[in-house]
Design a protein around this ligand. Structure first.
Ligand SMILES: [Zn+2]
Length: 314
């Protein structure tokens, strides 16, 4: 099962300038986490109405205890957010999802506390985890896309599509999607597995229990996915590869990526030269020694499982 495989639910990302209603679901983000309630291993998201009333209670409590930073005169965070706060993101079936405009950080309230992006990889139901992940990508993009990179003016929302426009010079900014490759290098009954160096990750996405990964990297300017595969394998582990076979692909909202999976075979010498600023470990692992990764919803795990079970393309 991959993150995006949410059938029978259907994801609708057509841009619509909807206004938020009480019953719509709210995706609030804070410090790289999503506000959610874990109920026996299942994720629950607040409605817009709950978020507003939760904030109202919070505000009332703060005011009654005389905390002046939340008084109505200062116009501080919660009130400013209530002014014109919500931005429509997408729907899943008929359910609409909203976030705070301009990538603003949300206040936690009631049972809804910050949950990490890694939590979204293990929780259920999948369609809500997927929504929270895709919402995170858009939240991040809105947060980073507030001023024109050409002339520095504040950007405005385009009316008919998901795009930020500069009212000064007319420059257009679309949601960032970074194409990348995930590469399973095989040598007969062995597969090349890696572990990232801790320094490689931004703090918010760092996984303290580093697990095995595959060679991976962003496609660079002027490069095809296949050229990227050969370059990344050479850079990360110093190996030549042949027989490139495209596998599945996957949107990976946690890093704003679109991943293209490839299987390929070692060509020549199997001696690994590790790129130490990116990888901590790279080693050949026999098919029979691989761990079960069937519970993970990433393309990397999907490819490792395919190899472990002998279902990789020949
Ligand atoms: Zn501009």
């Amino acid at each position: 099962m991959l993150l995006q495989e949410i059938a029978p639910y259907k994801y609708h990302n057509e841009y619509q300038p909807y206004a938020a209603r009480e019953e719509d679901l709210f995706l609030g983000y804070r410090d790289g986490c999503v506000l959610a309630w874990d109920r026996d291993g299942e994720i629950a998201l607040p409605t817009v109405g709950e978020y507003l009333s939760g904030e109202a209670h919070y505000l009332q409590a703060a005011m009654s205890t005389g905390v002046s930073s939340y008084s109505t005169e200062t116009g501080s965070a919660p009130l400013a957010q209530c002014d014109k706060p919500f931005r429509y993101l997408f729907s899943i079936d008929e359910q609409r999802f909203f976030t705070l405009d301009e990538g603003k950080e949300a206040e936690e309230f009631g049972p809804y506390t910050p949950k990490t992006m890694r939590y979204l990889r293990v929780t259920k139901p999948l369609h809500l985890a997927y929504a929270a992940a895709v919402g995170y990508q858009l939240h991040t993009w809105y947060k980073r896309t507030r001023f024109c990179g050409s002339c520095g003016r504040p950007l405005i929302h385009a009316e008919s599509e998901r795009m930020m426009r500069c009212p000064g010079c007319g420059e257009m900014f679309f949601p960032q999607i970074c194409p990348s490759v995930i590469v399973a290098v095989r040598d007969g009954e062995r597969i090349l597995l890696t572990k990232y160096s801790p320094a490689h990750f931004p703090k918010s996405t760092h996984n303290p229990k580093a697990t095995y990964a595959l060679v991976a990297g962003y496609i660079e300017t002027g490069e095809t996915p296949e050229q990227c595969v050969r370059r990344e394998v050479m850079e990360e582990v110093g190996l030549h590869v042949k027989n490139l076979i495209p596998w599945k692909n996957q949107p990976w909202p946690f890093s704003s990526s679109l991943l293209f999976g490839f299987f390929c075979d070692l060509d020549g010498d199997d001696r690994i030269t590790l790129q130490e600023d990116e990888l901590a470990v790279a080693e050949w692992v026999r098919r029979t020694d691989m761990e079960d990764r069937s519970a993970d919803i990433s393309l990397t795990s999907n490819m490792m499982e395919a190899f472990r079970l002998g279902k990789d393309p020949k």
